[in-house]
Design a protein around this ligand. Structure first.
Ligand SMILES: Nc1ncnc2c1ncn2[C@@H]1O[C@H](COP(=O)(O)OP(=O)(O)O)[C@@H](O)[C@H]1O
Ligand SMILES: [Mg+2]
Length: 257
């Protein structure tokens, strides 16, 4: 594998019975890139991300992550990757600090480094003072912050973040965005799925648009504009045109009449 790539998918297919969730996807993501995975609900984003982690086995094709084959070295890959799933399930009867401590131990972190990093993140994300409360008592946004900290804690080389900013207040979303930019300078790769198109437009180097299991379009903003033949447009127009849902506008206009 070419080490310039953090992730390489070749001819990847995943079926769930009659549903073709991912259909012949080829995708190479460069080391240090912030890559946005966009697409309407059910287009195959989460399934693609789970295949990168070895949580879902592809029916065909190959998945290579940080130079390792996910199928032959699933543990090695997980050690180097931080993952925030779409709906993180935390151990809610632990306190925030107990949970993060537990995650740090799973990754074999040294006690002092673990404690320092946990405290820094709790402070940055304004959870200080609440870390001793049980996670059940947290708001959705606070739980999301704990999930993000657990993904960042062991300094992974690759972050796979499945719609991570959804429940966050603007300030915290901004902190995460800036943090990902900072990690980029350390050659850490981020794959982020989102349906908030402004986020993708503002922070991603390249974007892949998925639709019905296929990678419909791939490129930076300029390339996507050319592909959609919309030279002056933002990502929303391009997205709607490429996914054939451009008539949403007409529907909305009709509703507003
Ligand atoms: N565990 C599963 N069992 C059956 N079907 C699934 C499962 N996970 C996802 N799917 C189906 O695969 C398709 C892609 O889903 P998903 O990857 O979650 O899309 P996205 O994340 O883009 O919303 C959808 O049709 C979804 O219903
Ligand atoms: Mg999803």
């Amino acid at each position: 594998m070419d080490s310039a790539y953090a992730v390489e998918l070749k001819g990847v297919v995943k079926r769930y019975n009659e549903i073709l969730a991912v259909n012949q996807v080829d995708l190479s993501i460069k080391t240090g890139e912030i890559f946005g995975l966009l697409g309407p609900n059910g287009s195959g984003k989460s399934t693609t991300m789970k295949m990168l982690l070895g949580l879902v086995q592809p029916d065909a094709g190959s998945v290579s992550v940080l130079g390792a084959d996910v199928q032959t070295d699933p543990v090695g890959v997980k050690q180097k990757v931080g993952y925030v799933p779409e709906a993180p399930r935390l151990y809610e009867f632990l306190t925030g600090i107990e949970y993060l401590d537990f995650i740090g131990d799973i990754y074999g972190m040294q006690t002092s480094e673990k404690k320092n990093r946990i405290n820094e993140y709790l402070k940055a994300l304004q959870l200080e003072g609440r870390e001793g409360d049980m996670i059940t008592s947290y708001s959705e946004g606070m739980k999301q912050k704990i999930a993000l900290i657990s993904a960042f804690l062991h300094k992974p080389k690759l972050l796979i973040l499945d719609e991570p900013l959804n429940a966050l207040d603007p300030r915290s979303a901004r902190i995460i965005k800036d943090f990902l930019q900072e990690l980029k300078t350390q050659d850490i790769t981020t794959i982020i799925s989102t349906h908030v198109l402004e986020i993708a437009q503002a922070m991603c180097d390249r974007v892949g648009i998925m639709y019905q299991g296929k990678l419909l379009a791939l490129g930076n903003m300029d390339e996507l504009r050319q592909m959609a033949k919309l030279p002056d447009s933002g990502l929303e127009d391009i997205f709607l045109k490429l996914t054939g849902t451009g008539d949403i506008r007409a529907v909305v206009e009709e509703l507003l009449k």
